[in-house]
Ligand binder design. Structure first.
Ligand SMILES: Nc1ncnc2c1ncn2[C@@H]1O[C@H](COP(=O)(O)OP(=O)(O)OP(=O)(O)O)[C@@H](O)[C@H]1O
Ligand SMILES: [Mg+2]
Length: 296
């Protein structure tokens, strides 16, 4: 049967018109709209805003989640033969969902994030974002996807040292035509949200570690991505600052209705997420929240 699952009404106000039209159209196409079931007009009406709904369908292959990772395999060629890092990773994320990925050093967490974020290609397997298989995209389309749909936050902030916070945050808007009034408004709003409005003319060297990561978060969000990938974003911060940065990430993630994948070595931070997945021996397995304690 066909079901449109929408976890909360406010999540609707974030989402994308193309997606809801595609959903309604596809549902009709496969004959899944029957009396009493959801009608396209309802979808349109319900999703009147601009962000993420959650669509599930058990029979007809309709988009089931905003992010789908299927049987992902990654081998690195080495002098002693292929090194198998990912060996059949599956993951599904619904719009507005957050998940922690934990695992020992070298288990492949960054490799997984880089493939999901279209920075690297898998040996086999598929990644679909909003129903689109990223392996089928050209280099230009991949660059556009990375720029518009995906935000990255790394352990290192990667801010440009010669640019101010304001300029750094606006950098990702350049490939989209530069900073017009709307982008500047968003930049200002984000700087306020991350508590850096008073530091907007500072260079990265004139910020604390936590402030640099907050600037990096604002930069990751300036193009309003649907997916935020954070690879140990607090790895260089003290515990209290790390907790504040992750709480900020979660607050922004909820308010903007994004998906968030957070890689962390900290069980305490992982337990703040809705789900914890452990990467080990090339596979992802769910951990319950108390099991996450072993990763402190
Ligand atoms: N380009 C590469 N060529 C060969 N091996 C690589 C390459 N990149 C990563 N590896 C290997 O793949 C494995 C996974 O690396 P990855 O960086 O994904 O681990 P990680 O889980 O993120 O570790 P950490 O927690 O230390 O950041 C490691 O054993 C690493 O040595
Ligand atoms: Mg890593």
């Amino acid at each position: 049967m066909f079901a449109l699952r929408l976890p909360s009404p406010c999540r609707l106000s974030g989402a994308c018109g193309t997606q809801r039209r595609r959903l309604a159209f596809r549902a009709q196409e496969v004959g899944c709209l029957e009396p009493g079931w959801l009608q396209p007009s309802t979808v349109d009406f319900a999703c009147g805003g601009h962000s993420a709904g959650v669509y599930t369908h058990s029979h007809c292959g309709l988009i089931a989640a905003m992010l789908i990772v299927e049987q992902l395999v990654k081998h690195y060629p080495t002098r002693s033969g292929p090194l198998v890092v990912l060996d059949g990773v599956d993951l599904q994320l619904e719009g507005g969902e957050n998940v922690a990925v934990v695992g020992p050093s070298g288990s492949g967490k960054s490799t997984l994030l880089n493939i999901i974020g279209a920075l690297d290609r898998p040996t086999s397997g598929r990644v679909l974002i909003e129903g689109k298989e990223i392996g089928s995209l050209s280099e230009g389309e991949l660059a556009a996807l990375r720029n518009r749909k995906i935000g990255f936050v790394f352990q290192e902030h990667h801010l440009l040292p010669q640019c101010s916070v304001w300029e750094n945050v606006l950098l990702p808007t350049l490939p989209l035509g530069g900073a017009g009034p709307e982008e500047k408004r968003r930049c200002w709003e984000l700087l306020q949200r991350v508590g850096l409005a008073e530091r907007s003319d500072h260079r990265p060297a004139e910020l604390s570690g936590g402030e640099r990561q907050r600037a990096a978060i604002a930069r990751a969000l300036i193009n309003r991505p649907i997916l935020l990938l954070a690879d140990e974003p607090t790895g260089n911060l003290d515990q209290n600052t790390a907790i504040r940065v992750v709480e900020l990430l979660l607050e922004l993630q909820r308010d903007y209705g994004m998906m968030l994948v957070l890689v962390t070595h900290s069980g305490r931070l992982a337990r703040k997420m809705q789900r914890i997945l452990a990467l080990d021996n090339g596979r992802l397995t769910p951990l319950d929240q108390s099991a996450g304690q072993s990763h402190d």
